[in-house]
Design a protein around this ligand. Structure first.
Ligand code: DAT
Length: 198
């Protein structure tokens, strides 16, 4: 049995609600929100695109990205937040959440983000054609993939509760217990002057 903690991917078209879900889930479970946008910035591994209509989009070297996060994934405990999912090795992933959103709602969110018409239309097409759902299906077993709708705040709550319950079951099945409580207890023990080291 693997000794690592679980890893969950949140994928989906920009604007569907990945980051909102990851932040809430990280807060409630103590797992780490691994925002790939932050990794790309921190390690400077994004090349500017040559598209004059979309100069801010970064082309990411996936091999370099994987090098940067490999140790985190091997340890586990990561909630990975990225629009693509098929680059993460299946042996290191336990659940893939594909966040989905109704067209009109997504259009308004992307417009509010200031996306130009071309980029907006590309992203709308991506959602309509279910590109990221297909990508997930091609890369991972069907049983690992869950589709989550994210149009209302009630849906965020119910999705997060559902995944939280899934995490509890996973930990029970993998004999991990409550790892957060466990690590907090270990820290308390170490702070305790009566705790015996070595
Ligand atoms: P992503 O990380 O997929 O790009 P996000 O989490 O940043 O998306 O969300 C984009 C915007 O939409 C942000 O202003 C929060 C809002 N939003 C996302 N999901 C929502 C939901 N289910 N209900 C209400 N607002 C939501």
């Amino acid at each position: 049995m693997s000794t690592r903690n679980l890893n969950i991917v949140f994928t989906g078209t920009p604007g569907v609600g990945k980051t909102t879900h990851c932040q809430e889930l990280a807060q409630r479970t103590g797992l780490h929100h691994l925002d790939i946008n932050d990794v790309v910035k921190k390690h400077n591994i994004g090349e500017s695109s040559n598209d004059p209509d979309d100069p801010n989009t970064k082309i990411v070297d996936e091999d370099r990205l994987l090098d940067c996060i490999e140790n985190d994934l091997e340890d586990g405990g990561q909630i990975i937040d990225w629009h693509a999912c098929d680059l993460f090795p299946p042996r290191l992933i336990d659940l893939v959440c594909v966040v989905r959103c109704e067209n009109k709602v997504l259009y308004d969110r992307l417009k509010k983000r200031g996306y130009g018409e071309k980029k907006l239309q590309e992203n709308m097409d991506c959602e309509i054609m279910e590109v990221l759902l297909q990508e997930a299906r091609e890369a991972y077993d069907e049983g690992m993939i869950v589709e989550l709708r994210s149009e209302s705040t009630e849906e965020i709550d119910s999705n997060v509760e559902r995944i939280e319950q899934w995490i509890k079951n996973w930990k029970k099945d993998h004999g991990k217990g409550d790892m957060q409580a466990q690590s907090e207890q270990e820290k308390k023990d170490e702070d305790d002057p009566m705790f015996l080291h070595g």
